[in-house]
Design a protein around this ligand. Sequence first.
Ligand code: KIV
Ligand code: NA
Length: 270
Amino acid sequence: MNLKQLLEQYENHIPITMVTAYDYPSAKTVEESGIDMILVGDSVATTVLGLDSTIQVSMDDMIHHTKAVKRGAKDTFTVVDMPFSTVGVSVDDTVRNGMELYKQSNAQALKIEGAHPITLEAIERLTDFGVPIVGHIGLTPQSFGITGYAVQAKTEEAALNLIQEAKALQESGIVMLVLEAIPSDLAKRVTGELNVPTIGIGAGSHTDGQVLVYHDILQYGIHRYPKFVKPYLNLNESIQTALSQFRSEVKDRTFPNEDTTYKVKVWEEK
Ligand code: KIV
Ligand code: NA
């Protein structure tokens, strides 16, 4: 699936599916399940690296994880998040960091949070030089220090402001827009006003696509999750069961057994 095919799905009103992946096995399973796109999210911070927020993720972390993802999902359109500290110092820095991440990670697009004037201009320049950019507004977790993790744009003023951000991002050249944790009505309106696909997470059912975090869908190392997550599996439970079974079988010497032992005669019994 390339960008052109994704946009064809959008034109034909076929919902676009996106799931995060952070390493080879997660990417491989996402690709094999027929999901349209992969996001190497900076959520790698909390899901995989055990950090408190996405703020501490570095450029090197994102490159490292995206390379592993691409080895597992060569044929899937992959978007990588620009980390917090690589955006916003200046347009020049943002453009330079974006080009570097695009070049080194082997991803097919970059995602950048927010619609600050610096961000908008950097998106325009990156787009002009051939780098596909995915926007991300509503709840932008890199700003949690100011906004927290609550649902965004709950007043009319904030909602109108979000619509302006969406239009400004479209004007700057984004190829898609992630809408996170906003009222469904607002996501519907933004989706109607744009001519690029909207991908929702906690934005209701009217967006052009949906994205969820791999570890949330599978309940893998996740023990608390927001309202918009639907867990389709409880891997925590399955893993605990398997590991404690291994433990007790070793303790009571039922593992290894005949089946899991090499019975090759290397010397004669004396
Ligand atoms: O990092 C991430 O996983 C994201 C999605 C929640 C959109 O940005
Ligand atoms: Na992210």
